[in-house]
Design a binder for this molecule. Structure first.
Ligand SMILES: [Zn+2]
Length: 130
């Protein structure tokens, strides 16, 4: 089996535990992904306790994102159509970003330059680690 999320190469890991890891994706400042450590496809493949632990992580990350990165909206998505290994995208969105109001996987409507500072990202990371 060759699953890119099981192999986990070149990831910017900002937090990890026995159940999952949290990584930052470079293409959008603050774009965060929670990746399950084990290879399962669906959220309901988790035990109820595991699903609650993931839900708490999503909650904490969204709160930290709104506080420090200050997007207009937070998008939370679990797709796994290309890679059927459970992972959750948590994406800061702005009303004038390249894809808004469509998803970031849609065709771009315009060009957009992110104004997020390194300081904001660091405060965001620190809060997620706390
Ligand atoms: Zn996998």
């Amino acid at each position: 089996m060759s699953c890119p999320l099981c192999l986990a190469q070149n990831e910017n890991v900002i937090y990890k535990n026995d159940l999952f890891r949290v990584i930052l994706i470079d293409e959008i400042p603050g774009f965060t992904r929670i990746i399950l450590n084990k290879h399962i496809a669906e959220f309901s493949d988790l035990s109820l306790d595991e699903s609650l632990e993931i839900s708490k992580a999503i909650y904490k990350i969204e709160k930290a994102m709104l506080k420090h990165i200050k997007p207009d909206k937070v998008n939370i998505a679990s797709l796994g159509n290309y890679v059927p290994h459970l992972h959750i995208h948590i994406i800061p969105r702005y009303k004038d970003d390249a894809w808004f109001p469509d998803s970031i996987w849609s065709k771009k409507h315009r060009e957009y330059e992110y104004k997020t500072t390194q300081n904001q990202i660091q405060n965001y990371i620190d809060e997620i680690k706390s």
